[in-house]
Design a protein around this ligand. Structure first.
Ligand SMILES: Nc1nc2c(c(=O)[nH]1)N[C@H]1C(S)=C(S)[C@@H](COP(=O)(O)OP(=O)(O)OC[C@H]3O[C@@H](n4cnc5c(=O)[nH]c(N)nc54)[C@H](O)[C@@H]3O)O[C@H]1N2
Ligand SMILES: Nc1nc2c(c(=O)[nH]1)N[C@H]1C(S)=C(S)[C@@H](COP(=O)(O)OP(=O)(O)OC[C@H]3O[C@@H](n4cnc5c(=O)[nH]c(N)nc54)[C@H](O)[C@@H]3O)O[C@H]1N2
Ligand SMILES: [Mo]
Length: 780
């Protein structure tokens, strides 16, 4: 980030939520870089920015679609990069079209597309058909240009409410990084993702950055500012329901081919690109999990894996719980009665469980959901609640991975208090006891537990070093640790618990995540500090920092380059490319090695809601969509019934959002139980503009009631210049905002913002639409 010429911070507030990262932006500023902040309210980040532009919550695609159009119309793109390193030149098959908010292939009853209608032309041997002049009207480039020509500046700002001069300043500053030798970076987090169009919001960043040639170079890229200290690690290790470790996907009962390992691999393995190695990663994973019980004859234990037939994300789990489909739940360090969408209903859902195990540092709003304090009547609740005290991060050893994919080891600092135990111990004992319990079972449903290879010692505490080595993987013929995922095989002779981390522990006693050598190894890389997957690369797709001939686009932003004498790629980073593949070879100019054709996807025919991002209004919006007659994302799954009441503009005319403050952490368990932090930010509040306060007769510090279709909460009014009314389609629209950290436990208590939020998610990820909904306010 310190190398950037312009940082576009949108849907994130790093000065408040990621202050250590902000240090590097400050450094960029000292080097002459510009900082741009785009946020519905003027934040602590905006206060440090060179340019600030407000937008109405939920209108990011309109804003960014306009920037894409601006870059194209004004010829600010990096033309050679676009022609060579993206699919701009690919020809889209006849049949694909876009009309009035819908792409070809929409099925209204399923609320889903037939994605085969978005296919690209290919030759007989599967190679893409291209026109590198980009002039053919069926090229991705021309279709994209046409799609975004509808996003002219005046139309965009009539949707976003951004003042025109501010909007143009943002376009000009950021699009100037399309020049060779310049780089721009984007920082985003929850303001971007927590929408029914969250994934397509992020896709806009990808398109913009590819057009400007900003991926793969220092000061470029797209920075997903990760949340909890180890959320990167948790997704890497398959904690999401639809992924095995290392982003391998997960078998589904609804896909007929997934019935067998061969079928799963045939269907899910592309013929070209690095993912063509997927069978090696999957089989090695099965060997890590089932050991000797994974053999060629039993498909390496593939049938032990659960094959789900539903969406098991947060929203759907709570919906199923509410309908009584679940008997029990384990909550490892989560507090949904404060953090979940439509949390009043999620609290009710918990009462449908027979048992609940909460593993936490504190008794939270969730583990005490049955108490009078929670507004519940204990006499009516049959859920049996177990509370297991957990050790805090300082009380246990292990690794965490940060937003830069660095796996860093943390040693135990102090012993746990009382009976608190690390989560890993809890899981370890649970696994051992379950294996014992089912040891003699003859039921096929119990086979996966019997087959599970759980050899981390038999004591109460597992041997964490054995787990680390299992993740790295072994050559099972020699028993030696593997040097990296390049050694993995699909014949059952290798194992690895997570292919992307294979190589972090290449030899006995050499756990690279423990490295602490903070010497700059060249151009502010610190290759001997920790370990970045894959293979310790710091900048992904760094082949794109060099031109097709293999020389850096510019000296100042050089990362790796082709050395014609040594006949290999050399430089300041580990090449994210086969080091000996010369630029003159057929696959020598494809930096995006994880994609099947080696190029970045301007046109992405894989997502549920379309190959190009298109603006739709949020589930609850105060205005009609002016871009098409599709009011909201046509592929979002709408949960019907009383779990998700929808508010209308006539009752709830004000746009609402919510966010974090530095002084509190998430649902507040970690901070509202601390006296000092509770004193610093002790009350639930709602920020509103001076204009809205005046209209409603509200004064600063008045107690007000904020209402939505889901509920009402009390909060102190914070009347501020940080919010300003928007002019949307010629009319005044107000927006308010509030923190979501409060609940009834701890020292600092207050009403929970999530009692107001809707129970609806993004069309690809199902992340809840916390950030844009309708509400009203009145004096209490
Ligand atoms: N002190 C502190 N730090 C934290 C956390 C914490 O609770 N406290 N939580 C951590 C976690 S888990 C996470 S995920 C990250 C989250 O980090 P951030 O995403 O930075 O967190 P938020 O404050 O929720 O949201 C960021 C901004 O989005 C803006 N916003 C709201 N709606 C929209 C919109 O429609 N478009 C755009 N462009 N912006 C919008 C809000 O005004 C807010 O300023 O922070 C991490 N860091
Ligand atoms: N309205 C609104 N709601 C949101 C968001 C938003 O922006 N707006 N953001 C969402 C986001 S990004 C997130 S990540 C979620 C977070 O939602 P949650 O994960 O439910 O919230 P946390 O407060 O982080 O919960 C962590 C719990 O873990 C406990 N804990 C801490 N350390 C340990 C440990 O080592 N072991 C165990 N077992 N427990 C531990 C803490 O005491 C705390 O009770 O909230 C989401 N909710
Ligand atoms: Mo998060």
């Amino acid at each position: 980030m310190q190398h950037t010429d312009c940082a576009l911070i949108m849907g994130a507030n790093p000065a408040e939520n990621h202050p250590i990262s902000f240090r590097w932006l400050t450094k960029a500023k000292e080097n002459g870089g510009k900082i741009v902040s785009v946020d519905p309210r003027f934040t602590r980040t905006s206060a440090q920015a060179d340019i600030y532009a407000p937008l109405r919550s939920g209108t990011d695609i309109a804003f960014l679609g306009g920037m894409i159009n601006y870059a194209l119309q004004n010829n600010l793109i990096h033309k050679e990069y676009v022609a060579k390193y993206t699919n701009a030149s690919f020809i889209v098959k006849e049949g694909y079209d876009f009309k009035d908010g819908l792409f070809t292939g929409y099925d209204e009853t399923k609320r889903a597309y037939d994605k085969t209608k978005w296919a690209l032309e290919a030759t007989e041997d599967g190679k893409p058909v291209k026109d590198e002049t980009l002039e053919n009207p069926r090229t991705v480039f021309q279709l994209m240009k046409k799609h975004y020509s509808r996003y002219d500046v005046d139309k965009v700002i009539s949707v976003t409410g951004t003042p025109k001069e501010d909007y143009l300043k943002v376009c000009e500053a950021f699009c100037s990084t399309g020049k060779t030798g310049k780089s721009g970076t984007i920082l985003y987090a929850m303001g971007t993702t927590q929408h029914t169009v969250g994934t397509q919001n992020v896709r806009c960043y990808a398109i913009l950055q590819l057009l400007l040639g900003n991926i793969g170079i220092p000061g470029g890229g797209i920075n997903a500012m990760r949340g909890e200290s180890n959320v990167q690690g948790s997704t890497d290790f398959g904690l999401l329901y639809d992924n095995l470790t290392g982003y391998l996907g997960a078998p589904k009962a609804t896909v007929p081919e997934h019935a067998t390992l061969k079928g799963f691999l045939d269907k899910e393995t592309p013929k070209t690109g690095y993912w063509s190695n997927k069978p090696k990663f999957v089989v090695s994973l099965l060997k890590a999990w089932y050991g000797e019980n994974a053999t060629k004859d039993n498909e390496f234990g593939y049938q032990f894996l659960p094959k789900g037939n539903k969406n098991y994300s947060h929203i759907n789990l709570f919906n199923a719980m509410y309908q009584g489909h679940l008997d029990g739940a384990f909550l490892f360090g989560t507090n949904p009665v404060v953090g979940g969408p439509n949390s009043g209903k999620e609290k009710e859902a918990l009462s449908k469980l027979k048992w609940l195990v909460a593993i936490d540092l504190w008794e939270t709003e969730t583990s005490s959901f049955w108490q009078k304090e929670a507004g519940s009547n204990p006499a009516n609740i049959n859920t049996e609640v177990f509370l297991l005290p957990a050790s805090a991060s300082y009380e246990k050893e292990g690794s965490v991975s940060n937003s830069s994919r660095w796996m860093q080891y943390r040693w135990k600092a102090i012993d746990s208090r009382g009976e608190a135990r690390p989560d890993l111990d809890v899981i370890h004992e649970l696994a051992l006891r379950m294996k014992k319990l089912y040891a003699d079972s003859t039921k096929s449903a119990d086979k996966p537990i019997q087959a599970l290879d759980w050899s981390y010692g038999t004591g109460e505490t597992p041997d964490i070093d054995l787990i680390a080595k299992e993740i790295n993987g072994y050559d099972l013929k020699t028993g030696k640790l593997l040097a990296g995922f390049g050694s993995l095989l699909d014949d059952g002779t290798t194992s690895s618990g997570n292919w992307i981390y294979s190589g972090f522990y290449p030899a006995e006693g050499k756990n690279l995540s423990k490295r602490r050598d903070n010497k700059d190894t060249g151009n502010a890389n610190y290759l001997n500090w920790s370990y970045a997957w894959p293979m310790n690369r710091r900048i992904l797709y760094n082949r794109a920092s060099a031109d097709p001939s293999g020389q850096p686009w510019s000296k100042e932003k050089a990362v790796i380059w082709w050395d014609a004498i040594q006949k290999k790629w050399v430089g300041n980073d580990v090449p994210d490319f086969k080091a000996v593949t010369a630029p003159t070879e057929p696959d020598g100019t494809g930096p995006f090695i994880m994609n099947k054709d080696g190029v970045g996807l301007l046109f992405a025919p894989t997502l549920n809601d379309g190959p190009f991002p298109e603006h739709y209004e949020p589930f609850e919006s105060p205005v009609p969509n002016v871009f098409s007659s599709q009011q909201m994302n046509p592929t979002t799954v709408i949960i019907q019934g009383d779990f998700n009441k929808k508010g209308e503009k006539k009752d709830f005319p004000i746009v609402a959002t919510n966010y974090r403050v530095s002084e509190h952490w998430q649902s507040g368990s970690m901070t509202r139980n601390q006296e000092w932090l509770s004193e610093l930010a002790g009350h639930m509040f709602v920020e509103m503009s001076e204009e809205l306060a005046q209209e409603k007769g509200i004064k600063n510090k008045d107690m007000v009631i904020v209402s939505s279709a889901r509920g009402e909460i009390k909060a102190y009014a914070m009347v501020t210049k940080r919010f300003k009314p928007f002019t949307i389609q010629g009319k005044k629209v107000h927006q308010i905002g509030m923190p979501w950290h409060f609940g009834f436990k701890g020292f600092a208590t207050g009403d929970t913002a999530n009692r107001l939020t809707p129970h609806i998610g993004d069309a690809n990820t199902t992340i809840p639409e916390y950030k844009a909904f309708l509400c009203n306010v009145r004096r209490a």
